[in-house]
Design a protein around this ligand. Structure first.
Ligand SMILES: Nc1ncnc2c1ncn2[C@@H]1O[C@H](COP(=O)(O)OP(=O)(O)OP(=O)(O)O)[C@@H](O)[C@H]1O
Length: 245
């Protein structure tokens, strides 16, 4: 049985159908990358799975249990954790306090303060610092650590590399590599196609709210993903790529 199942999901912002007729499933231990252009619906999909945005239609299942009507904190308790775009830390709280906030709805499991610092060595020595005073990369590590502190069964990461220096992205992905190899089930929104295809076992591409490609990462070419990403025919996609910037 799949860990996460999304069936015929529709999520609206007012009249806008930001996610439409979306169905997919994620198996335990799978790492799935969600890619797509700006506005394709990736963040809205993640927020709906996390319970931050109620869908207009469809069903979200965790381990066969329908969680569609459950509130966000009940979904955390059930094992769904989201690292939102923009991180959303408590800027005036310390790193330690930000991490401990998550333990109010903590599931039993291996993640605690020491485990988070071990996974993200860049946080070593920063536990008593105000989160608002950290660099963007350090804040992102705290945001991922905060999600891990709940001992999630499904970890969703929305654009962890957004706005960060390449060297910091490398550092974060080094840490993520350790986490991913530990068997955590992950749904990852990533703009960098190379990175997405590098870490994920499956890639799911969204276009205007719909899933237009859902393939094993090692069976899909970069060209096929780009084609799905822009919604172009293969020939048209090649023309776009050849045009000078
Ligand atoms: N709070 C909101 N109110 C109204 N419309 C919204 C809101 N959030 C997103 N949208 C719209 O919903 C659509 C999907 O947005 P969403 O942020 O889910 O896409 P995305 O693929 O995550 O894009 P990005 O990479 O830019 O974050 C877009 O048309 C966006 O303008």
């Amino acid at each position: 049985m799949s860990l996460l199942s999304v069936e015929n999901l529709e999520v609206r912002h007012g009249l806008l159908r930001a996610v439409r007729e979306v169905s997919f499933a994620v198996d335990e231990g799978e790492v799935v990358a969600v890619v797509g252009a700006n506005g394709a619906g990736k963040s809205t999909l993640m927020r709906a799975v996390a319970g931050a945005h109620q869908p207009a239609e469809g069903r979200i299942g965790l381990d066969g249990v329908d969680v569609t009507a459950r509130r966000a904190h009940d979904r955390v308790a059930a094992g769904i954790a989201l690292v939102p775009e923009g991180r959303r830390l408590f800027a005036d709280l310390t790193v330690e306090e930000n991490l401990l906030v998550a333990t109010r709805v903590r599931r039993p499991g291996p993640w605690d303060l020491a485990a988070v610092v071990a996974a993200f060595p860049l946080l070593d020595g920063l536990l008593k610092r105000r989160a608002g005073n950290l660099s963007g990369g350090e804040q992102q590590a705290v945001a991922i650590g905060r999600a891990l502190m709940t001992n999630p069964r499904l970890l969703m990461l929305d654009e962890v590399s957004l706005g960060l220096a390449p060297i910091m992205v490398d550092t974060l992905y080094d840490s993520l590599g350790t986490i991913l190899s530990g068997g955590t089930t992950v749904l990852l929104v990533e703009q960098d196609l190379g990175r997405a295809l590098g870490v994920a076992r499956r890639v799911l591409c969204m276009l205007e709210g719909r899933v237009v490609l859902d393939e094993p990462a090692d069976e899909v070419t970069r060209e096929q993903v780009v084609e799905a990403y822009f919604g172009l025919s293969r020939a048209a996609a090649a023309t776009v790529q050849e045009e000078p910037a």
